[in-house]
Design a protein around this ligand. Structure first.
Ligand code: OOG
Ligand code: MG
Length: 254
């Protein structure tokens, strides 16, 4: 492997086949901007296999997540329809390397976003909010990576479940968020852990859309990032998220 393209094909294959691989930065040194190029090329592979782009996810927008993973900067990744988990569905454990779940809040785009939008205008670009669970599954051995590695690996994105969409003026800040596995609360946090207010994450998402030339269209989603550390899943788990004031969602692991 001696080019950005080789690294992109390698990480795409690892994701496609659910195999853990060594960190890409162990093979070749690359910058954060090159990591985003690798991410884009690896997602282009998925799109060429027929997957459809459905939005973006923000990462490391809470201190809890940054501390858990030992990484200190906001990141973003791309979502596709193949990652969508129908509320109440069963996911196949064998299709993942070492999946973890984390509680999130999702935003539904109302109109095209291609330029940074200020906080004063942000709500006019969004038509719904919902509780969400993100399934992250690093393609790296032991779930260990540098910032460049995780960006190249599409920020560990591998699945997302969504609760019922509620109107855009539904309060999303200062809400209790719980990740519940097998009827036990395994993580609990507050939505204000997401950059002080999850809307700040949406605002940052628009900034990154402009910077990386990745427009969002009506119907695309933005995941604002986890409010708590993520928890490893195992076979036969029942996974739910409860967010005060929003409709919850969940799935089973087979
Ligand atoms: C990277 C993804 C981070 C979040 O919500 O902070 C993320 C990882 O932890 O593997 O999705
Ligand atoms: Mg996440």
């Amino acid at each position: 492997m001696n080019s950005i393209k080789d690294l992109a094909l390698h990480i795409d294959k690892a994701a496609h086949e659910a195999n853990a691989v060594a960190q890409l930065t162990k093979t070749m040194v690359f910058t954060e901007m090159q990591a985003y190029e690798i991410q884009k090329m690896s997602i282009d592979q998925r799109l060429s296999r027929g997957e459809i782009f459905t939005g973006i996810k923000m990462g490391f927008t809470s201190r809890a997540k940054m501390e858990q993973m030992g990484v200190h900067d906001m990141i973003w990744g791309r979502l596709t329809n193949q990652m969508f988990i129908e509320n109440g569905a069963t996911i196949d454990f064998s299709k993942y390397v070492h999946p973890r779940a984390e509680p999130e809040i999702a935003f539904l785009v109302k109109k095209r976003i291609e330029k940074e939008v200020g906080m004063d205008e942000i709500k006019s670009y969004i038509k719904g909010v919902a509780a969400a669970i993100e399934v992250i599954d690093s393609r790296y051995e032991n779930f260990k990576f540098s910032l460049e590695d995780v960006i190249a690996d599409n920020c560990s994105s591998s699945g997302y479940a969504l609760g019922q969409w509620l109107p855009v003026d539904t309060e999303v800040n200062n809400l209790k968020m719980q990740l519940i596995i097998n009827d036990e609360t395994v993580q609990e946090g507050d939505s204000s852990a997401i950059l002080g207010n999850p809307w700040e994450s949406v605002q940052n998402a628009t900034r990154l859309c402009e910077k990386f030339n990745q427009p969002l269209n009506e119907g695309d989603i933005i995941l604002a990032g986890a409010a708590t550390p993520a928890v490893y899943l195992k076979q036969r788990d029942t996974v739910k998220v409860a967010v005060e004031g929003l409709d919850g969602c969940g799935f089973l692991v087979s």
